[in-house]
Structure formats: C-alpha cells, structure tokens
Design a protein around this ligand. Structure first.
Ligand SMILES: C[S@@+](CC[C@H](N)C(=O)[O-])C[C@H]1O[C@@H](n2cnc3c(N)ncnc32)[C@H](O)[C@@H]1O
Length: 324
C-alpha cells in the first residue's frame, strides 16, 4: 500500500500491526504518542457521552474485549521494536482495559518514566456513582539511549508566578488538568484528544525534525500537533471513512504553524546546572568560600557571588557548602 505523503510525513490507511511490520524500521522512531481503541464496544460509546452523535464521523474500528489483551501485546511489541533506544512512548488509556495495556508493557523492555493522570472536564455521565473524569497516560522509555526531556520547553526553571510559585514544577506534575475541546456542530472523531495535551507531550519529549508515530490516528490530532511543531510524522488508521476525511485536513496546514503561538519560556542561564561537581570544583568552592567569609560579607552576598562564579543555582551552592 502506498502511504499518503503530506509535508514529508507518511500516513497509512492500514492496520497498525502489519503496517508497522511492513513499513517501519527497527529503532527508527523518536517518539510515539497514541490512543488505542478502548475495547468497550465503540458502537455503544456514545451512550457514555452527553453529545449529538450526528457530528461524529462513522467508521471507528473497535477491538472486542476478549481480543484486547492479545491485541495490546502485539501492537506494543511493534512499538517497542520501532522506537529508538532512548525513545519515548505515551499511551493514553481509560481504566477499563488499563490492565491489559500495563500487562503488555511489562512484557517488553520498555521502562516506566511516569504514570500520568489526565483530568478533563465534560466527565462521563453517571447517576448512581462518581463521575469519571480522568484518563491514564503511560509514559515509558526504551532503554539504551538518552531520552529527550526538554525540561524548560514550556516554563523556565527559575520562572515564578505573581504568588511565588514555580510554573515549571506545576506543569511537570503528574496530574494534568487539560480540558477536552467542546466542538458544537463540528465534525469530529469519537475520541479526539485536545491539541493542548498533545502539544505538551511533543514539547517535552521531542525536538523539531524528530520522527513521531501514532499507531491509531483517529481524528489525526497527534499528526496535526506534530506538523504544527515541525516534527515529522508517520501513522496508521484502519477506518477508511476516518482516514479519508481527516487526511484531507492536513494539506492546508503549514509545518511549524503552532510554533509562533507558544509562550516563550524564560530559560535559565545557570551554565553548570545539573552537572555533577568535580573534586577540583569542590576544593575551589571551599577555598573561595573561606576568602569571602574572611571579608565579613553576609551569607546572602557570599552565596550570590559563588552562584555567579561557579555557574550554579543558590540551592546547588548551599548544598555543596554543607559538605565543605
Ligand atoms: C481512540 S481512537 C484515536 C483517537 C485519536 N487519538 C484522536 O485524537 O482523534 C482509536 C482509533 O484507532 C483506530 N483503529 C482501531 N484498530 C486499529 C488498527 N488495528 N490499526 C489502526 N487503527 C486502528 C480506530 O478506528 C480509531 O479511529
């Protein structure tokens, strides 16, 4: 089968397992972001949502519950093969079949980085129990290489809000509050992920030019965000209706179209941040500290001078001085 090529990215109207086996080389993908079918009978999925189904594109392919474990094992083992060492994978899953996905992951070499909870609004309608309003995001890495994690891609480490909090730390907590998009009277896929969620994963775990893969394209939301951030994309969608409707929407998009709209982080200029101290540096710190202390300077002033001279943050200097 020939892929549809758009802006240097490739899309296959094909099964992701046989498709990956045929078209994707070992260790070739930098990042996988994917949202597999839920195995809860797609044809009854609408009963869980309070929305008008006439705007939902038909053709969503579901996996029967009794095949879910085997299916998860097969596609996750392909994902493991195609990821480069150090590559990351984010799998978005509801609770119902989470066990099968975790079980499949445990049978690979992939290692857990974080188990993220995505809390959204418009929870699933219930009357006699709590309203379900979260998904699980399983963030794993393939061992053997350096994983991309752009810790300051959204907020600088030293940035502070008006009330003194660190937006960097809040953004990197493992509970994400991101609302689903409300798209009244617009055509959509059954479970379209919000762009903000995808942009966040792409910013932290990939760089411009990287190859990103989605095994289950659905409404092509991962593809749209990846093209918008100037990443290359490859992906699969089995439904012809969905594939044809959505692949058309990619053509008018300009690669990198999202980049200008993203807030620019104020990136830390502490040049040795995160680098281990050498024994020589520790000796130099001790001797410089003794000199400054002899000048009867205040502790705060001494720390500021040492931060500047050693290219370290305040906490790093204070911690290192405790060992002097
Ligand atoms: C949960 S949806 C993906 C939603 C997508 N992330 C979005 O934001 O629109 C899962 C998709 O996988 C597709 N699918 C199911 N089995 C597949 C398979 N074996 N290979 C490729 N796609 C498949 C379904 O048709 C459905 O569109």
């Amino acid at each position: 089968m020939k892929p549809v090529s758009v802006h240097g990215s490739r899309f296959f109207n094909d099964d992701c397992i046989t498709g990956a086996q045929t078209y994707l080389e070992d260790n070739s993908v930098d990042l996988i972001i994917t949202d597999p079918p839920y195995g809860i009978r797609g044809d009854t999925l609408h009963r869980h949502y309070n929305r008008n189904e006439q705007y939902v594109i038909p053709g969503y392919v579901e996996i029967p519950k009794n095949e879910y474990a085997k299916f998860s094992k097969r596609w996750i083992s392909e994902a493991e093969r195609v990821l480069r060492p150090g590559g990351s994978i984010y799998i978005i899953s509801g609770y119902t079949n989470l066990y099968d996905i975790l079980h499949a992951l445990y049978q690979t070499s992939l290692l857990e980085v974080n188990h993220i909870i995505w809390k959204y609004s418009f929870g699933v309608f219930t009357k006699r129990k709590y309203v379900s309003s979260h998904y699980h995001i399983l963030f794993y890495e393939k061992p053997g290489g350096r994983r991309t994690f752009n810790a300051e891609s959204r907020f600088g480490l030293a940035e502070k809000t008006a009330n003194g909090r660190s937006p960097n730390t809040s953004d990197r907590e493992d509970v994400w509050l991101i609302n689903r998009e409300y798209k009244p009277k617009k055509k959509k896929n059954k479970n379209e992920l919000p762009p903000a969620l995808l942009i966040k994963m792409l910013q932290y775990s990939s760089n411009e030019g990287d190859l990103v893969c989605d095994f289950f394209l659905g409404g092509f939301s991962t593809a749209k965000a990846a093209i918008g951030l100037n990443r290359r994309m490859v992906g699969f969608e089995l439904s012809k209706d969905l594939f044809d409707a959505k692949v058309r929407e990619l053509k008018p998009l300009r690669p990198g179209y999202l980049l200008d709209s993203l807030p620019a982080p104020v990136v830390s200029t502490i040049k040795n941040q995160g680098r281990a101290w050498t024994p020589q540096e520790r000796l130099a710190l001790a001797s410089r500290y003794a000199v400054l202390k002899g000048q009867k300077l205040l502790k705060k002033a001494i720390t500021a001078i040492l931060c500047e001279e050693f290219g370290r943050g305040r906490f790093a200097i204070e911690k290192a001085l405790q060992k002097v």
